[in-house]
Design a protein around this ligand. Structure first.
Ligand code: TRH
Length: 400
C-alpha cells in the first residue's frame, strides 16, 4: 500500500534510555524520519532528557513537553498518568520492549480502530531474526496484538535505519570540501587535517592502549579523534591530562585530539571526514556502514559473551557477502575479533592485524560494496510503515 492509501497519521514512540546514547539515538533518528519523509505526527516519549540533550542540544531537560523539528517530545516520568482512547496514536511503538504505561495499553484497547502496536527490537545479524520478525503476540487480557519488528541485514527483516538522500548529502559534502571546514570547526590544525584520520567511539574495555602503541609507531602521522568521555581512562593516560574537549597531545606519530560529542544531525560528517571509523552499539555502527568507509565495530557487551555470538554472526554475513574478496574480508574479520576480545594478540600481532586490516579496508573498495548490499533491503522506516499498512488492511478485511 502506498503512503497515500494508508490510514495513519499519528504515532507514539516510547523510549527508555537503558544506558549510553543508542536507545534515544535510534528513537530520535526514527522520529525525525517518520515526520520529515512520511508526514507522520510523532510523539516521542522518553524517560531521560539529559542524555537526549547530548545528541540534540535543543532539548530542554526541565520541560515535560516540548516540540523540536516538528516532533512532540514528552518526558516519560509518570507511569500513573491517565489516558483515554482519544490520546492514543494510530501507531504505537515500544522500543526494545520498554513496557509502555499500563494505562496507555488499557486506553489502546478502548480505541476504535485499534492502533497498530509494534515492539521495535535491537539489531542483530543472527539467522533466528528472520523467523521472529513480524511475529504477533496477543495481549493476555485485552484484544490487542503486539508485533515484533526486527531490524536486520536481509530482505526477511525490517532492514536498517537510514534516511533517503543520505548518499546525496555525503556526495555534496565531499564535493564542497566539507571535510576541511568541518574539522576546522572542531579545532583541528591543518597538520591534523592532512594526517590519517581515525574516529574512535568504543566502550571502556576496548584494547585502545594496544592500538595507540601501533599508531605511535606508524610510518606516517595519525590523528585519532575521540569524543569527550570515550575511553576516558586510557585517553587521559595518553594525554597525561584529563580527557576533556580540546585536549590534544602527540606521542610519536600519533596525535590524540578530544572533540565534543557532536549533535546527531551532524555526526555523519565526522564519519565522512575520517579515513577509518571505530564505532559501537547499533546506530553509530549502521552510520559507519552507510558512510561506505572502512569501519571497526565494538559490540555492546552482554552476559555470557552473547555479544561474541552476535559479532561472529555479523562477521560471517559480511565475509559471505564479500566472498569475492575473501582475503580482504578475512583481514577485517580477524581485526574485529581482536578488537572485541575474542582473541588476545601480542603487541607484534596487533601491528600486523592493524596493517592487514587497514590495507584490506582502504584499498579494496569493500566498504562501498557492503554499503550497496545493505541499501538493497530498503530503509527500516519505510519498511515499518508498509508493515503497519498491511496489518491495517488485514484488520479491515477481517472486520468486514
Ligand atoms: O551509545 P551506544 O553504545 O548505545 C547503545 C546503548 O548502550 C543501548 O542500550 C544498546 O542497546 C545499544 O548501544 C546496542 O551506541 P550507538 O547505538 O552507536 O549510539 C550512539 C548514538 O550517539 C548514535 O545515535 C550516534 C550518536 N552520536 C552522536 O550523535 N554524536 C557523536 O559525537 C557520537 C560519538 C555519537
Amino acid at each position: 500500500m502506498s503512503q497515500n492509501q494508508s490510514h495513519f497519521t499519528t504515532l507514539a514512540l516510547f523510549c527508555k534510555v537503558v544506558d549510553n546514547y543508542g536507545d534515544i539515538g535510534i528513537c530520535w533518528r526514527l522520529s525525525r524520519q517518520l515526520q520529515c519523509e512520511h508526514g507522520i505526527a510523532v510523539t516521542l516519549w522518553v524517560d531521560d532528557l539529559v542524555t537526549f540533550q547530548r545528541l540534540c542540544p535543543e532539548v530542554r531537560p526541565d520541560q515535560p513537553q516540548q516540540e523540536i523539528a516538528g516532533i512532540q517530545i514528552r518526558h516519560w516520568v509518570h507511569q500513573e498518568e491517565t489516558f483515554t482512547a482519544d490520546d492514543i496514536a494510530d501507531i504505537v511503538i515500544e522500543f526494545f520492549g520498554c513496557d509502555i504505561p499500563p494505562a496507555y495499553i488499557a486506553a489502546m484497547s478502548q480505541r476504535s480502530p485499534q492502533p497498530v502496536w509494534l515492539n521495535l527490537e535491537g539489531l542483530t545479524a543472527e539467522e533466528w531474526v528472520e523467523g521472529c520478525h513480524s511475529l504477533p503476540s496477543p495481549h493476555p487480557r485485552y484484544s490487542l496484538t503486539k508485533y515484533f519488528f526486527f531490524p536486520g541485514f536481509t530482505p526477511k527483516t525490517g532492514g536498517l535505519l537510514f534516511e533517503s538522500g543520505t548518499e546525496h548529502r555525503q556526495s555534496a559534502f565531499v564535493a564542497n570540501n566539507g571535510k576541511t571546514d568541518f574539522l576546522k570547526s572542531l579545532g583541528l590544525s591543518e597538520t591534523e587535517i592532512q594526517s590519517e584520520l581515525i574516529s574512535l567511539f568504543c566502550y571502556p574495555h576496548a584494547p585502545v592502549t594496544a592500538l595507540f602503541e601501533v599508531w605511535k609507531n606508524s610510518a606516517h602521522p595519525v590523528t585519532c579523534l575521540v569524543p569527550e568521555g570515550v575511553a576516558y581512562e586510557i585517553v587521559s593516560a595518553f594525554l597525561d591530562a584529563p580527557s576533556v574537549r580540546g585536549a590534544v597531545a602527540t606521542r610519536g606519530a600519533l596525535t590524540v585530539h578530544v572533540i565534543p560529542l557532536i549533535p546527531q544531525t551532524v555526526y555523519d560528517q565526522l564519519l565522512w571526514s575520517c579515513n577509518i571509523n571505530f564505532v559501537r552499539g547499533e546506530d553509530s555502527f549502521v552510520r559507519a556502514q552507510l558512510a561506505g568507509k572502512p569501519f571497526v565495530w565494538h559490540i555492546y557487551p552482554q552476559e555470557n559473551a552473547l555479544h561474541h555470538v552476535k559479532l561472529q554472526a555479523f562477521l560471517k554475513r559480511y565475509t559471505d557477502v564479500l566472498s569475492t574478496q575473501l582475503a580482504d574480508a578475512t583481514n577485517i574479520h580477524n581485526f574485529s575479533l581482536a578488537w572485541n576480545g575474542v582473541t588476545q594478540p601480542s603487541a607484534a600481532e596487533w601491528k600486523n592485524l592493524w596493517q592487514e586490516m587497514v590495507t584490506a579496508a582502504a584499498q579494496s573498495g569493500i566498504s562501498l560494496q557492503w554499503k550497496q548490499e545493505i541499501l538493497k533491503h530498503g530503509d527500516l522506516c519505510s519498511n515499518l510503515l508498509q508493515f503497519v499498512a498491511a496489518i491495517q488492511e488485514k484488520t479491515v478485511i477481517n472486520a468486514v
